[in-house]
Design a protein around this ligand. Structure first.
Ligand SMILES: [Ca+2]
Length: 450
């Protein structure tokens, strides 16, 4: 790890119609990067315009002479990034369902560590004024500026179960935040009966010292006493309602609940800002079903993003060993867990049944084996890096990377691995008002990528 709080890594590449030049420079990285030439130390935290002298690694492809204006929106495909063998011999239902071709971003962008002093950050969301709210697992949040300066911990939350995978989890900014100052959260609520995934909301006080009048508005019943598979993320849809993701609590006794509609485990739910079922939800007329449920048969969902144009609901969920999934959520859909999966038990045994396909169960758009271990994710909307528009960026935990997913007609056409040399568990990622991506890691780092 470099001593400086700020690491500047600049990847510059330009694609000409017949000439591809890639420049890789690394201004003050003393880490383990293998693709980057010897680094030059710098304490300069600013961007490319003030970068120190650099070593440049140039790869030139065959040229036939004609040179045109760089077109950084062109998708350049390379070999798939994944080269490790899968855990299983399962076959995808279509060739584009896993191990997509690799993509290489052609636009110049920089990677900067803005701070390393967050404490187990779990989620990041952009405020309308350009700052960010960052939740911390133990039950606090902070407000950070786009240059990485952050507040002291902000409290006001109920007791959270922060053992294992629990804690204060995701945060979403109310669409009317500018007037209401309301923030919405998911958390592992801690009670004498055990814990569960809950949705709560509160008002950011005028002096930003606390979250006021916090109240829990929805609970993924029942309570259970363990520390795993809480999910959970939440996001506002285009109508101002909220999608929430949960997990099935991991235990072999709770896992079957993902297939049952009488509980909140392993679900995508759709609630109003007051926590009520959204009218028109798919199971409102089914006796015994929780009317909040939107889809079911999920294992443990942290990644959630609403498509900025279509309003479609996309999730990334943790599979077992192999079998992490990217899913496009349909109302009422059964996403199969634990009946079908492209993964196996951590022990190496098949998931009981050993099936990957079943009638009336949804197939993942894409799956990872070996796993990505997907954290939070976001669609990129800015025109600042035009070739990223409409791409999905997913934080990788166990895989220690950010995956850029290029979609076309709701199929995955390419996957690029970003920040693989950083060695960080990327917990969440969001887009800032400046068109850069901001990502937090379990070690407390905040990255700016753009
Ligand atoms: Ca599935």
């Amino acid at each position: 790890m470099n001593n400086s709080l700020t690491k500047l890594k600049i990847i510059v590449s330009s694609i000409l119609s017949t000439l591809m030049v890639m420049l890789v420079l690394n201004a003050c990285d003393t880490g383990s990067s293998t693709s980057v030439p010897s680094a030059t130390s710098s304490s300069e935290p600013s961007m490319a315009t003030t970068a120190p002298p650099i070593d440049i690694d140039i790869t030139t492809e065959a040229t036939t002479g004609a040179v045109s204006t760089p077109v950084p929106t062109e998708l350049v495909l390379v070999e798939p990034f994944e080269t490790n063998p899968p855990n299983t011999a399962y076959q995808p239902v279509s060739t584009d369902q896993t191990r997509a071709p690799g993509a290489m971003t052609q636009t110049a962008y920089s990677v900067t560590i803005l701070t390393d002093s967050l404490v187990s950050p779990w989620a990041i969301a952009a405020l309308p004024d350009g700052r960010f709210v960052v939740t911390e697992k133990a039950g606090t949040m902070r407000i950070t500026t786009a240059d990485g300066t952050h507040s002291e911990p902000i409290g006001g939350f109920p007791e959270v179960d922060d053992r294992g995978q629990g804690g204060l989890l995701d945060v979403a900014i109310s669409p009317d935040f500018a007037s209401s100052r309301m923030l919405y959260f998911t958390l592992a609520e801690s009670t004498a009966q055990g814990s569960l995934t809950a949705v709560g909301r509160g008002r950011l006080s005028d002096d930003e010292s606390m979250v006021e009048s916090f109240e829990i508005i929805w609970r993924a019943i029942p309570y259970f006493d363990n520390s795993a598979h809480f999910g959970s993320s939440l996001a506002f849809d285009q109508d101002g309602n909220i999608f929430v993701t949960t997990g099935e609590r991991s235990d072999l006794s709770t896992r079957p609940n993902a297939q049952l509609l009488d509980n909140g485990y392993g679900k995508v739910v759709h609630i109003t800002p007051d926590g009520a079922p959204v009218p028109g939800n798919p199971f409102v007329d089914v006796p015994g079903a929780l009317p909040e449920i939107y889809s079911y048969g999920h294992r443990n969902i942290i990644g959630l993003a609403i498509h900025p144009d279509t309003g479609e609901v996309w999730i990334a969920e943790m599979g077992p060993r192999g079998g992490d999934e990217l899913n496009l959520i349909e109302a009422g859909g059964n996403y199969g867990w634990p009946t079908i999966s492209y993964g196996i038990e951590y022990s190496g045994d098949p998931i009981p049944g050993g099936l990957t396909v079943m009638d009336d169960m949804e197939q993942p758009v894409y799956y990872w084996d070996p796993v990505l271990a997907p954290g939070g994710m976001t669609f990129y909307t800015s025109g600042v890096i035009a070739e990223w528009q409409g791409n999905l960026f997913i934080g990788g935990l166990g895989s220690k990377r950010i995956s850029r997913i290029v979609l076309d007609n709701n199929r995955v056409v390419a996957e690029e691995w970003l920040l693989v040399d950083e060695g960080q568990r990327f917990r969440d990622i969001c887009e800032g008002l400046d068109g850069a991506l901001y990502a937090v890691t379990d070690d407390g780092l905040l990255y700016r990528i753009g």
